[in-house]
Ligand binder design. Sequence first.
Ligand code: GLN
Length: 486
Amino acid sequence: MPQLYELTACELSQKLDRREVSSLEITEAVLVRIAQVEPKVGAFLTLTPDVARNQAIEADKRIAAGKRIGPLDGIPISIKDNMCTKGIRTTCASKILDNFIPPYDGTAVIRMRDAGTVTLGKTNMDEFAMGSSTENSAYGPSKNPWDVNRVPGGSSGGSASTVAAGEAIAALGSDTGGSIRQPAAFCGIVGLKPTYGLVSRYGLVAYASSLDQIGPLTHTVEDSALLLNVIAGHDPMDSTSLKVEKKDYTQACRDEVKGLRIGVPKEFFGEGVDKNVSSLVHKAINQLCDKGAIAEECSLPSIDYCLAAYYIIAPAEASSNLARFDGVKYGHRTKELAGHIGLMEKTRDEGFGAEVKQRIMIGTYALSAGYYDAYYKRAQQVRTLIRRDFDTAFEKYDVLITPTSPTVAFKVGEKTDDPLAMKLSDICTLPVNMAGIPGMSLPCGFHDGMPVGLQILAKPFGEETIFRAAYAYEQSNPWRYARAVL
Ligand code: GLN
């Protein structure tokens, strides 16, 4: 018999509806699990057991009164520590926000709470979401539940490990260049980056505003749909949030892919991609074809310039976004008496870690007069080409399928001295943010005892097509039942 903390949101939801278990029992089971494995995994920056217990008790009252809000009412979740939570410390894994307690909640946080979820705490991440392993956290790295000598991926590594370790049933993460999908792949779970503009960014501490998007990390495709149902939708507090009709994404979870046209972009299977990873992805594509889908190789020629363009655009936006951390309004302030400019300089020097400083400098340089045209403008032109490549591909194909990451999770410390190798671990996920399209990573097998992720992409607002393809694949495979042993 699986333990309560090993079940999916859908399974627990049915148990709650049938009154076989209470939300408080589920919450206590997860809290016990956290106490057991958190010393090994280190996924949380802040735990909120009292908040969780109170919310669970409230959920149980609603259930007893026959007023259950919906399928997520009473389900324990974790939240990445770059989403503002009123009264709960929100650090972005940075010393500069070590003492920051937001006076308001982000929209996704509000929507999850209004859906009745139980908040267990805030999860570890790379500082300001800059990184691919959580090793850039000012509070130390999280570990991969499948092998604690390996990284969980990043930057939403804490969120992914909570789900994979049974320390949460589901989690919210954010994805600027792969930060939901790559950790999902490394931890053997499902991660979705929605279309840019589908989920409000209000209350998400901005890294690169034109790329950032919040999304779910879950054990199954259907759980992912349940969370997206809650967080998607227009929000007047975010001017980039789009007015699209509300959908029930669980309706798209059908085991039926007859006639689905799959494009397999060859650029994602080239040099640097582990053969074991690409062969598992090809195997998955063949399985979908056995169920009636039609696959064909295709090409996205501008992808080769994506990494370089992303590492201009993202730092450029970051350099502007992170200017607000000045020691005056909130967060850390230097103890030294250094005058007005000195106060800012000292505060920022003390508060930001090396990776963040490096990106602020690169971004400021790329935006400065004289260099703007050579770097920022060209990077934006590349971005347009990438978007057009995807537009062209989606005229012919319903989905594109690629590996999520070129390799399985690497060892802690393995890539910290090699920034290029670290950045290459996002090579398959970055283009998706550059184009603003939706992308999901889901488990497609194991190599070397570690989970491998498969990435499914669709055109803007094509989430339903992704859910359909992903669900069909998931149903024919055992991966959704696999749990890390800790
Ligand atoms: N690893 C990429 C970066 O460091 C993407 C991070 C993210 O998606 N937040 O920018």
